[in-house]
Design a binder for this molecule. Sequence first.
Ligand code: AMP
Ligand code: GLY
Length: 428
Amino acid sequence: MNILLIGAGGREHTLAWKLTQSQLCNHLFIAPGNAGTALCGTNLHIAVSDFDELGKACLQNEVDMIFVGPEEPLVKGIYDHFKGDKELEHIHVIGPSKSASQLEGSKAYAKDFMKRHNIPTAAYAEFTSDKYLEGVDYIKKQTLPVVLKADGLAAGKGVLICQNHLEAVSEFDLMLLQSKFGEAGKKVVIEEFLKGIELSVFVLTDGENYVLLPEAKDYKRVGEADAGLNTGGMGAVSPLPFVDAAFMKKVKERIIEPTITGLKKDKQVYKGIIFLGLMNDNGEPKVIEYNCRLGDPETEVVIPRIKNDLVELLLATAEQRLNEVKIEFDQRAVATVVAVSGGYPGDYEKGKIIRGLQDSTLEDSIIFHSGTKKVGDDIVTNGGRVLAVTSYGADIPEAVELSNYIMEQLDFEGMYFRSDIGYEFSNR
Ligand code: AMP
Ligand code: GLY
């Protein structure tokens, strides 16, 4: 079959790498893709939410299945666009409907969903500007720190963890009354701060059945030892030594199964990935957030640990027969380390020539591209996150060490990476 993959990051290069290993994949198209995805298939110069152009490209290239990488097209309704068009409805779209994507698109929707379906999460209340004074009162009654969240998509910047009430009220004011996050902050969720260790759990569901994908932990802070500003993600590891069968049993029974049943009860159409951002507080799981897609850079460790044919998995999802699938994981540890442009997550320059990239497959490592572009014979930087080097190892430290070693062979002006990914699992 012909497949269209939507997106342009390290997540999409990893998916492209895996999809093209399948006998079932005839031709892979990526919109818009990067210099790495171009090694796996044909990049199409179409923006991720230009549904009309994506539809035309699907007809022209006889595409049978679409896999949606980022959240934006899902929240804007790519699923509904294809299913609502007679010419396009036969194309499988792996990803939830517009309405179901609200699990990621609206924090208030997600909190209400969890409340109604009895899924463990932080206590909360939501406020719009007409309830501003009530919100201020509510904030003042909360123990510290207190968490403020813009309701809508805010490019990962809409969550504020405030250490005192004054700061919280001032941020609440900026969001609700001064449009700090525009439309996304017209509604604000105020919630309890959860303690514990964060992890990401990924589920592939066909709306009825599900398979659990490998869990992962990502490293969001730009600096070593988790210092400095938040980024899209500087690295990730899988599996997690602190996740055992007893914890995953609780995650399944208290979170995953009620989520899938809840979606069904709410008549939501969901064939795709559910990404659970969880807190593990002394063995008790709580949901921090839902996302309706795979994470980046988590994908760069999750997908390389899946032994199954990914196209077969996606086809079983589309045809609602995931109950027939047995998922198998590579038991080795996998780590990814991300190289970023100097200055990221602040301002940075693009167009720097990347040296040291090899076309040949490395033993036990894979170089995935994020923000890269081909210009003439050169591959140049084209974003904040530029490359993700994934490696396998007997344990996390070994996998990280190998990725760091490969990183040392790569170079572009201003390149930076964290050499301490997985530091808390270091046993050396
Ligand atoms: P989100 O955009 O919901 O992923 O939030 C960004 C980050 O803020 C999360 O990855 C957590 O590290 C943190 N966070 C969000 N909500 C909470 C909470 N209720 N308690 C503690 N940390 C939180
Ligand atoms: N790495 C977190 C995310 O993709 O949202």
